[in-house]
Design a protein around this ligand. Structure first.
Ligand code: MF3
Ligand code: CO
Length: 261
């Protein structure tokens, strides 16, 4: 069942999403060479509580495992769900995907962005640009009259037209009181398929894109997903509200200064 949010619930979602966006924005701004991913996670914990929110990722259950970090920090060939580590030190030329997922007043906001540590190769720059573009092209399909497959197909076409890989093992999702609600929003698929979009639905659109093959393997901690070929990956995510008109990006940060988001 897909939950349609009423106007009061939507207002609550707006607040949670704004916090998730501002925390992500502020964390992206501190990413620098020499920093460990644990330091970023520690800062995330502080910032989330500064806004009176909690992390939706911390203690997130998957089978017998519980996620031990406050946000996900995935470096280079790590695609998603990287855990902050004291011995994982950022260096020039790295790309870092930050995925911030918070709960505020019982509602979830979820967003992610990949940023560079200093200059990166032209190919990696293109990877980040195309992934961000694919997300926004998917968002533009998030309209009444369309189906989930229209979002999926649009993302897949843009990514594959640019000769990058689209990850299939992880997908976007409905979001609300729960982090993962129906419907699933895959980043691949056929136009005109899947559930119809209706006003009041809130969904996360989050392409995960690889520079090389999208084939992945799980890391030894049981959480981090890695590109099997060791090449870098990118991940952009927004929480979206379906309206009678244009889709509303709920995870827009208060400051609009960052170019790629
Ligand atoms: N934003 C991630 C998602 O949409 C949150 C993952 S939480 C984790 O799935 F605990 F699984 F890492
Ligand atoms: Co998500």
């Amino acid at each position: 069942m897909i939950h349609i949010k009423n106007s009061v619930e939507i207002e609550s979602m707006r607040k949670a999403c704004r916090i998730a966006a501002d925390v992500l924005d502020r964390l992206c701004a501190i990413v620098a060479p020499g920093m460990s991913t644990l330091e970023i996670d520690n800062r995330a914990k502080e910032l989330i509580s500064e806004y009176g929110a909690t992390s939706a990722s911390y203690n997130y259950k998957s089978g017998r495992l519980r996620y031990p970090s406050y946000i996900c920090i995935s470096v280079n060939e790590e695609i998603v769900h990287g855990i902050g580590r004291a011995d994982k030190i950022l260096k020039m030329g790295d790309v870092v995907s930050l995925d911030v997922c918070v709960i505020y007043d019982g509602w979830v906001g979820d967003n992610a962005r990949t940023v560079c540590v200093g200059p990166v190769s032209a190919e990696v720059e293109r990877l980040l640009r195309v992934t961000c573009e694919a997300m926004h092209m998917g968002i533009d399909q998030a309209r009444v009259g369309n189906r989930v497959g229209d979002i999926s197909n649009c993302i897949q076409r843009h990514v594959e037209a640019n000769n990058f890989g689209i990850v299939r093992e992880f997908v976007g999702h409905g979001v609300g009181r729960g982090l993962h609600e129906e419907p699933q929003v895959p980043n691949y698929g056929a136009r005109g398929r899947g559930p119809r979009l209706a006003p009041g639905m809130t969904i996360c659109i989050e392409p995960m894109v690889t520079l090389g093959s999208p084939s992945l393997k799980m890391g030894p901690d049981g959480w981090v997903a890695l590109a099997r070929d060791g090449k870098p990956a990118a991940h952009f995510e927004h929480t979206i509200l379906i309206t009678d008109g244009d889709p509303e990006i709920l995870t827009r940060p208060s400051s609009e200064a960052v170019a790629n988001k």
